[in-house]
Design a protein. Sequence first.
Length: 204
Amino acid sequence: LTKWNLSPFQIASELTYYLLQPNSNMLEDIRVAQKILHWDELPRPILALHVRHGKKAFEGKYYKNSDFMSAVLTMKERHGFRTLFLLTDDLETSEYFEKATAHFEAVASLDEPQYVQHGWKESEKHLRDAAQRVKNGANGCSEAVSTMLNIYIASLADGFVGVFNSNMSRTIMKMMTAMNGGTPPPNVSLDNFYTKLDKGSCWH
């Protein structure tokens, strides 16, 4: 680490970026997703927002949609973000952030939530969500592709808001850091995972 003059986070970011290089099929999926989003036409800068519920309720403080919205608006005020890119699999969250159009010139999302998560009842939630996914014809492979697409597209944004005890949020931040020459873009973690200020927020 001393030889390369990189922090542990920068090293992890470079390794994550290297390991997650998309193959040709995924590159085509990314191009299609960008076309669907009209990504090149969205007003910059773009703020990516990952709202995580579910297991988060059992690992520490449960952050409401309004908590995320407050962080998003603070980031907009400080850095002039014009577009919000939302990552969520929660229908209630998706509907909640529709009102963000009052604050941003555009709100974009690849997700099409088909169910409502109930984060405080994890075991029941898994049963309901799994049954709903089977009913809708979803499968693990399609969900994995959707997750990776969200990560890749979010990594192309100019800032990030999330909770860093989420693997997805941390992966996005590492990708963004590596793509930004080792410097993290403007970001907010509601749970302060990396700074350890939120004691007990994660078991990992």
